[in-house]
Design a protein around this ligand. Structure first.
Ligand code: S3P
Length: 430
């Protein structure tokens, strides 16, 4: 458990590049593992979560060649039987693998202490109705999957909560089911799986928050290029937005509409953000984002319809409101209770450590108006990378140094965070 010491900011870098999108990276490795041929992936996220996916897929017998610039995955055959597949701290790895391996591979999926607390019934139950033999340990990992001779059958399933992970697991299982599989969702959630399946020749259609997939084989994408992670970009955007006389650009950031609800929320709060040079590569849009600093903010609220598409940015949005001294209310976000930490409690605790006035609700948070923030000398991440990144955002915006305890978890999604942050804002590292 290491401590990250960030000094006070001294300058603004001109252009900032964030790591590859974590969600798309998981999907790239897993879908390539099941596609015919070799997929060459560029811009893969090099954090620990995606490394867990690479390790897991390798342990299933898939050949992955990793060089600095590219990762080449030759797919087609996954083991019929193996031992324990380690998913580390990564919920996405475990949930998507449940769908990929259901009915096909006898194995046990396991992970670290935090992952062992996370709910897996939401995936195991619908996969069970497709005919898969999957047992959880009272709803959580380890997960036992048993290969079956009978095969899977397609289902028509309404997700109880809008979750891209559950949707994706069912779509991956649907690739090998008899008949079509339809997944309906109460609200839209990130559609990276659908886009990549379509790019690999999957027979998939989406309409009105419902996705339908027909069984079929996938074909490798010769050159799959992953955009920068919007969820990582948001911390930089907040520091820039709240700093007087500043402006900065982030290059090559993924701007998939199902991921950037936080961008709309920030604009509603008054932040000036321009997206330029948008292009579509590997079926995912990306752009340069320019943020102007020094704008006075307005209060805002978000409800269930915005939550699924801004779920990972909610701690950062709460921090933005607290920094701007404006009110912010989040409702319909009970899902935050079962992330890498209880993110409602963790966000409220972090903001209070900075002097913010916050109420934590069963399904959200209220940040109260008023400018009262002061950086504490030291905070803890509670083992949650997004809490560590939000702490850095708060301290740097306030112009203060900070010590972040238990900071190793930041590498879950952002491997070179300290160096990138220090280069962007001139925060000395010591
Ligand atoms: C993810 C989906 C979200 C998100 C997680 C990554 C994905 O989880 O919080 O960080 O890659 O599909 P849910 O789908 O469970 O909401």
């Amino acid at each position: 458990m290491s401590v990250l010491r960030l000094g006070a900011p001294t300058a603004f870098g001109e252009s900032i590049r964030v790591p590859g999108d974590k969600s798309i990276s998981h999907r790239a490795v897993m879908l390539a593992a099941t596609a015919r041929g070799t997929t060459t992936i560029r811009g893969l996220n090099r954090g620990e979560d995606v490394a867990a996916t690479i390790g897991a897929v390798r342990s299933l017998g898939v050949a992955i060649e990793d060089s600095v610039e590219t990762v080449r995955v030759t797919g087609g055959s996954l083991a019929r039987e193996t031992g324990v597949v380690d998913c580390g701290n990564s919920g996405t790895t475990m949930r998507l693998l449940m769908g990929l391996l259901a009915g096909r591979t006898t194995c046990t999926l396991d992970g670290d202490a935090s992952l062992r607390r996370r709910p897996m019934d939401r995936v195991a139950k619908p996969l069970g109705s497709m005919g898969a033999a999957i047992e959880t340990s009272s709803g959580t990992p380890p997960i036992r999957i048993t290969r079956g001779d009978a095969g899977l059958r397609g289902i028509d399933y309404l997700l109880p909560v809008a979750s891209a992970q559950v949707k994706s697991a069912l779509l991956l299982a649907g690739l090998r089911a008899e008949g079509a599989t339809t997944v309906r969702s109460p609200h839209a959630s990130r559609d990276h799986t659908e886009r990549m399946l379509a790019a690999m020749g999957g027979r998939i259609e989406s309409a009105h928050d419902a996705v339908r997939i027909e069984p079929g084989e996938l074909t490798a994408i010769e050159n799959l290029v992953i955009p920068g992670d919007f969820s990582a970009a948001v911390y930089f955007m907040i520091v820039v937005a709240m700093s007087v006389h500043s402006g900065a650009g982030l290059v090559d950031v993924g701007v998939n509409p199902t991921r950037i609800a936080a961008l709309d929320v920030m604009r509603r709060m008054g932040v000036q953000i321009a997206a330029r040079d948008e292009v579509d590569i590997s079926n995912e849009p990306r752009a340069r984002l320019f943020v102007n600093g020094g704008t006075a903010l307005r209060s805002a609220h978000i409800g269930a319809a915005d939550v699924a598409n801004s779920i990972d940015e909610i701690p950062a949005l709460c921090a933005l409101a607290a920094l701007g001294g404006v009110g912010f209310e989040v409702r319909g976000a009970r899902e935050l209770r079962v992330k890498e930490s209880d993110r409602i409690a963790a966000t409220a605790g972090l903001l209070r450590a900075f002097g913010g006035r916050v109420d934590d609700l069963e399904d959200g948070l209220i940040v109260h108006e008023g400018r009262s923030l002061r950086a504490p000398a030291r905070v803890t991440t509670l083992g949650d990378h997004r809490i560590g990144l939000t702490a850095a955002t708060l301290a740097t915006t306030l112009g203060s140094p900070i010590e972040i305890d238990d900071a190793d978890c930041i590498a879950t999604s952002f491997p070179d965070f300290a160096a990138t942050w220090s280069a962007a804002f001139g925060c000395p590292l010591n």
